[in-house]
Design a protein around this ligand. Structure first.
Ligand code: F6P
Length: 342
């Protein structure tokens, strides 16, 4: 068989481990040829590719990012689907493996369902918000980066008696904010799933002061929304999938908290630092297991599926089902943090 592979959407730690797994198992065990498309769906539309070999994928396991490059190209726009099909025909491909998050996998599912294109999805994203899987690779690394940052920020917060606001990624899902807030001992945790009340945020900070703790750590997801306001955005323009670029909520909170409490407040935006660097062992192992499952599924021509982690097992789920709903933090799960706030 000849199988194409691409990585789309935001890069994340573990992508190279998944590519390596597909190449190793695909070539060594199944005897397939693996074609790597450059820059996500753009490579399939513009016929930009390279054949991947065991030699060309050596040494990439611990590397962050993706050796294939990525983009937020939407293949459902214009004549994208027809161009993807043409490319596949010209390269004699039996099918594609698309490694991505909500947009890349959503497009993969539509290409399969509406255009009959043979594709298997592999879930990745630091946001951890893909349905039908317990966890996505990239999340564990981002969580560790955010937790390390919070640990470091404690030093300045405590020494200067400041409120430190830490803005983490998470467009619609607060997994990074909740888990790094729990792991880092944050005093306030704000997530997109539950609009927050600024009065309550300030009450928690004041209560700490009243108890003799003269510093506070506030962790806020970039997509968190105040009850009385709207989502903070950096730029009004949207990407090819209609997403606005988020950011700015931390800066906004800094001003509001300082103004309302009188306590000196500073903001740190972690941004793409969370997506960079070498993947944790957990992410390398998960990406490897999903990559192996994806090429095995391609070998069996089980198109329209996605390998997913259920407990400790990797199982195949329908791709359409996985992309039907984002896996956000259930609101009752937020209660685990309540005893530690303020
Ligand atoms: O989807 C992953 C993610 O890191 C989100 O958390 C964030 O909103 C977005 O990507 C940022 O995308 P970009 O790197 O294109 O600005």
């Amino acid at each position: 068989m000849r199988v194409g592979v691409l990585t789309g959407g935001g890069d994340c730690p573990g992508l190279n481990a998944a590519i390596r797994a597909i190449v190793r198992k695909g070539i060594d065990t199944h005897g397939h040829a693996i074609i790597g498309f450059r820059d996500g769906w753009r490579g399939t539309i513009e016929n930009s590719f390279e054949e991947l070999t065991i030699e060309s994928t050596r040494g990439i396991l611990p590397r962050g990012g993706t050796i294939l490059g990525t983009s937020r190209t939407n293949p459902l726009r214009d004549d994208g689907a027809a161009r993807v099909r043409e490319t596949m025909l010209s390269l004699h491909l039996d099918g594609l493996i698309a490694i991505g998050g909500e947009d890349t996998l959503g497009a993969a599912s539509a290409l399969h369902g509406d255009h009959g294109i043979e594709v298997i999805g592999v879930p990745k994203t630091i946001d951890n918000d893909i349905g039908s899987t317990d966890v996505t690779f990239g999340f564990d690394t981002a969580l560790q980066v955010a937790t390390d940052a919070i640990d470091r920020l404690h030093t300045t917060a405590e020494s200067h008696h400041r409120v430190m606001v830490v803005e983490v990624m998470g467009r619609h899902a607060g997994w990074i904010a909740l888990h790094s807030g729990l792991a880092g001992g944050a005093d306030v945790i704000l997530v997109p799933e539950q609009p927050f009340d600024l009065d309550e945020v300030c009450r928690l900070i004041r209560r700490r002061h009243a108890r003799g703790r003269f510093f506070s750590i506030v962790v806020v997801a970039e997509g968190a929304l105040p009850v009385e306001g709207t989502m903070a955005t950096i730029a009004p323009t949207a990407d090819a999938f209609g997403h606005q670029r988020l950011g700015g909520i931390g800066q906004w909170l800094e001003g509001e908290i300082e103004h309302r409490t009188g306590f000196e407040t500073r903001t740190v935006v972690l941004g793409h630092i969370q997506r960079g660097g070498t993947p944790t062992a957990f992410d390398r192992v998960l990406a490897t297991r999903l990559g192996v499952a994806a090429i095995d599924s391609a070998h069996e021509r089980r198109w329209g599926t996605m390998p997913a982690l259920h407990g400790n097992e990797v199982e195949l789920v329908p791709l359409a089902e996985a992309v039907s709903e984002l896996r956000t933090v259930p609101v009752d799960e937020l209660a685990v943090a309540t005893p530690f706030l303020g």
